[in-house]
Every structure is written in C-alpha cells, then in structure tokens.
Design a protein around this ligand. Structure first.
Ligand SMILES: NC(=O)c1ccc[n+]([C@@H]2O[C@H](COP(=O)([O-])OP(=O)(O)OC[C@H]3O[C@@H](n4cnc5c(N)ncnc54)[C@H](O)[C@@H]3O)[C@@H](O)[C@H]2O)c1
Length: 354
C-alpha cells in the first residue's frame, strides 16, 4: 500500500464500483449527504465503471454536482481500477457479473474473479492504509475471498461482504411478527453465505419483552416461514418490483461501513430512538449486527472462509460475538450454508483463482 492513513480533516476517498448501476445510484447520494461518515467528514467520490457504462456514470456525477452537497469535495469517474482505488479509505465493491441463464457456478466464479482479482490487486497497490472494503456484488462472500487473496499487503479482515441487508430484513420481519417497534428488536444473527442457504438465527434475539426462545417456540413458523422469508426476500423484491433490491441494499452497505468506521455509538447518536438505547461505552449494549468476514475459525467455520457472523464494531474493528450457544436447529443450518461456502472456495481454488 502506498498511502498513509487518511486524516479526519482531509476528504475521505470513497470508491464505489458499479456506480452507474441500481445500487450505486441509490448509495451515492446518501454517501455524499453524510449518511455514511457523518455530517462533518468531507468526501471525495471515485466512481468505477466498465467502459460501456462510463457515460452513464458521468451522468450520475453530473447529478451529484447538481445536488450541491456541502460535504462533497470531488467526484471522479474511472474505468481503471488503479486510478479509482488510489488513496481509497472506503471501497464499496458493488459491480459484479450477474448469473445468466444456463451459467454454471464455475463460470460465474470465473467471470467474477476477472473483476475481483484485479480490484483486489489495485486496492493492494494504491488504497490508503486504513482502507475498509465491503463487497456487495454477488456471490459476495466468495468475491470478497477472491479480492483479499489478491491483496497480500492488506490485513484480510479489512475485506468484508455484506449481510447487513439480510440482518435488516430479519429485524423487520421479527418486529412485524412480535408487533413491536423495530428499535425494540435486537440480537438477531445472520450466519453463513449471502445466498438462499443463509441462516437468520433468532434464538438469542429479543423483541420487546419476548426472548429468543419464546419467539422461536413455534418451530414450524420459524422453519417454514421466518427463515425462508428472510433468505428469499431478494427474490420476493424482484417478483414485486421487476428489478432487484437497490435502496435497501445501498442503505445496508452504508449502515455496514458507518458502524465499522464510526462505531455504534455514532449511529445511535444520529437516530431518533438511539440515545435511550446507548447504555454501554461501545453503544452496542448487548446488541450486535451481522457481517461476513474472514473466519478466524470461530463457531466451527473453517479459518479463512468469508462467512457471516454476529459481530460488533469496536474501535474500528469488527469483533465476532463470542460464546453464543448453538442448538441443533441452528447447527444444521449454519453447517449447510458453510458447506456451500466451502464448495465455492474449493471451486475457485480448483480454477486457480485464489
Ligand atoms: N449483498 C447483498 O446484500 C446484495 C443485495 C442486492 C444485490 N446484490 C448484488 O449487487 C450487485 C449489483 O446490483 P445492482 O442492482 O446495482 O446491479 P446493476 O446491474 O444495476 O449494476 C451493476 C453495475 O456494475 C457495473 N460493473 C460490472 N462490472 C464492473 C466492473 N468490473 N467494474 C466496475 N463496475 C462494473 C455494471 O456496468 C453496472 O452498471 C449484483 O451482483 C447483485 O446481485 C447484493
């Protein structure tokens, strides 16, 4: 890495790939307005697109200028990862190769390695020392694994994949089920892969006065309604909207990076209900969120797999919540999702991509 950590007074370089796409469009205006790094941090945006979409990204840059955001220092549009990631402290890797009809998993992984390998290398060469990366583009966990394996000088834990959207979906479903405000739902966990095998775990959750065990007592509802409703929510959105979730995905990516960089206490200080909840020095109290990060071998997840865990950001680092009991119902589902991650990792290894 060539650059020093960025100082708070300097604009934070935020690189967004797939900037002309749906999620990019939904994310950029909120980032520029301060939703991610707070109301005082100036922002230098770098938009990365493929050559065919550079013109569209320039249109987005024009709209960003027209929004007259006071925090927005500059906007650059690039089709070269080396330029786009130069000095980046935050990287949202959104652009990816979608699966097309008849495409095998190995073809999908190979196509995405052509994106995330070079982007990992470019981050390695030019990103700031404090760079934080969130991979949104699918298959997000394995794309993150590909990127980090091409960035040997960046600590692997700086590469994460987004499961905050799944976490937020689980919070919303549980709040509706328990008929309590969202702010009264906590301690939900997403485990495994950001795919239909993911496991949203409510055994440790709270919703109002209800404990996780009480919420999970109706096992048929849990297994046949709640878990699939969260895991297949993306398909339900496509079914209703005709295109995939974009506003909620952008919002989750912003939540993820904001909590990581600024801590939960910052988020709570900005929230209408938060100040009452902030009862610990870290702001998390006994709550947590979900993040896909390289496994240190926790909870039986093989070391190095990028898998989702319950986690809290403390002093700028994600810490996996330790010591949660995992019952048989949960174990089987975590293991199934982790097995899918192992198969993806083995496939990219066999192709020589990591
Ligand atoms: N992790 C999650 O929670 C989550 C949720 C929703 C969507 N997604 C995934 O996010 C990705 C983006 O979704 P979208 O709706 O914005 O898609 P989109 O098709 O609207 O936009 C993708 C953009 O990426 C660009 N792109 C492709 N290759 C690129 C490259 N090498 N460098 C830079 N840009 C590149 C494309 O030109 C396009 O503009 C998809 O892979 C989608 O499956 C993830």
């Amino acid at each position: 890495m060539s650059r020093e950590p960025s100082e708070d007074t300097a604009p934070a370089v935020v690189t967004v790939t797939g900037a002309a796409g749906n999620i990019g469009y939904a994310a950029l205006f909120r980032i520029a307005s301060g939703a991610m790094l707070g109301p005082r941090r100036r922002i230098a945006l770098r938009l990365l697109e493929i050559p065919a979409a550079v013109r569209a990204a320039e249109g987005v840059a024009m709209e960003l200028a027209d929004s007259a955001f006071e925090l927005l220092d500059s906007v650059e549009v690039h089709d070269d990862p080396a330029k786009a990631f130069d000095g980046a402290s935050f990287a949202l890797l959104i652009g990816a190769k979608p699966r097309t009809q008849g495409m095998e998993r190995a073809d999908l992984l190979q196509a995405n390695s052509g994106i995330f390998g070079p982007q990992g290398r470019a981050l390695n060469e030019g990103a700031a020392e404090d760079v934080r990366v969130v991979v949104v583009g699918n298959p997000a966990n394995t794309n993150a694994l590909i990127a980090l394996s091409h960035a040997p000088d960046i600590p692997p834990e700086r590469f994460t994949a987004l499961t905050r959207l799944d976490h937020n979906r689980a919070l919303a479903q549980l709040a509706a089920k328990a008929a309590v405000p969202l702010a009264e739902v906590s301690r939900v966990s997403i485990w495994g892969n950001h795919s239909s095998t993911q496991y949203p775990d409510i055994f440790h959750a709270r919703a109002g006065w209800l404990t996780g065990e009480q919420l999970a007592a109706d096992r048929a509802w849990l297994a046949e309604e709640f878990v699939p409703a969260v895991a297949k929510r993306g398909a339900a959105i496509i079914d209703a909207r005709g295109v995939s979730s974009a506003g909620s995905a952008a919002s989750a990516a912003i939540d993820h990076l904001r909590d990581w960089a600024l801590g939960r206490d910052f988020a709570l200080s900005q929230s209408p209900t938060g100040s009452a909840l902030s009862q610990s020095p870290t702001g998390w109290g006994d709550d947590w969120t979900s993040v896909a990060l390289p496994s240190p071998g926790a909870y039986g997840v093989p070391e190095g797999l990028v898998s989702s865990f319950p986690a809290r950001s403390v002093a700028g680092e994600w810490l996996i919540v330790e010591g949660l009991s995992i019952n048989e119902f949960s174990r089987a589902r975590i293991d199934a999702s982790v097995a899918e991650l192992v198969a993806e990792r083995d496939a990219v290894r066999a192709l020589g991509l990591v």
